[in-house]
Design a protein around this ligand. Structure first.
Ligand SMILES: [Zn+2]
Length: 282
């Protein structure tokens, strides 16, 4: 599943080939994604120029002079460029034909993704369209971005006050902070030495300092690794493969802990696989 680092990598990968280019046409072959693609979207976006791109949580915004095309990759989506006339395969649901001769293709086998529109009101200048899309209902209640200063130990400590919820479930809640998916929650808790089942409200300020630092580290490292795949977003032979990462706990239940060699244990929290070391994580 594309997590925040993959979404950020996708945004960086497609940005140079979209920015400043006009949308000649949009072709929808399958509108039934998580929410239906608005039927008037091809008419709306025709002739608009992609002025800039941004990411909020796992949403990518393509900002134009009239509003923002909002893309979510869902469980299995990808966005990449194909040459003109590249025949679509079964799961290639949407194409944007651009003025630079490239086609931006959206592929999504499981169709949990989304392509939506946020209209910027007429008085809004181009400069503020980038901010305006954050008022969209899907984005308005999102917590802070994990790699910004707004996400810090003090913030998280105050949010966790009196919460009985397990710390892992807590940091995966996008109302608290966006983009800490299952893999990164497992990894950050291991690096912090915090047991994933521990109640969020019982974690002290010092531990939150370590945890926030570890969350930032695992996400930054993954984005850095993703950077090596950027060239895959423009090419002839198909979509980018999401990058493999070196992980300490995720997917390693039953294997020895990299620190103390105890056997890593697995449990379920909110139906998500939770892997931890009972000796290193308290
Ligand atoms: Zn251990």
């Amino acid at each position: 599943m594309p997590e925040l680092p993959e979404v950020e990598t996708t945004k960086r990968g497609i940005e140079p080939h979209l920015k400043g280019h006009k949308i000649i046409s949009m072709v929808i072959r399958q509108p039934k994604l998580r929410w239906p693609i608005p039927t008037n979207l091809p008419d709306l976006v025709k002739g608009l120029t992609v002025l800039s791109l941004s990411r909020r949580g796992k949403y990518i915004g393509l900002h134009t002079e009239k509003g923002t095309i909002i893309v979510h990759l869902g469980m299995s989506g990808s966005l990449y460029f194909v040459g003109e006339g590249t025949p679509p395969l079964f799961h290639d649901h949407v194409d944007f034909q651009l003025s630079n001769g490239k086609w931006l293709r959206y592929t999504d086998p499981r169709r949990f993704g989304a392509i939506l529109w946020h209209d910027a009101s007429s008085e809004e200048k181009n400069a503020s369209i980038k901010d305006s899309w954050q008022q969209h209902t899907l984005l308005a209640s999102l917590g802070p971005e994990p790699l910004t200063m707004d996400f810090n130990a003090n913030y998280l400590f105050l949010k966790a006050k009196n919460k009985k919820q397990a710390i892992k479930t807590f940091i995966m809640d996008s109302k608290q902070v966006v983009g800490v998916g299952n893999i990164y929650a497992n990894e950050a808790l291991f690096l912090s030495g915090i047991h994933p089942h521990k109640a969020a409200g019982t974690i002290n300020a010092e531990q939150f300092t370590v945890l926030v630092d570890c969350i930032k580290k695992v996400l930054s490292k993954a984005i850095e690794q993703g950077g090596t795949t950027l060239k895959d977003f423009v090419g002839g032979d198909g979509k980018p493969g999401y990058f493999k990462q070196s992980l300490n706990v995720y997917g390693r239940a039953g294997d020895p802990c990299v620190t103390c060699s105890s056997i890593l244990e697995e449990s379920r929290l909110g139906q998500r696989s939770t892997v931890f070391c009972n000796s290193c994580q308290k």
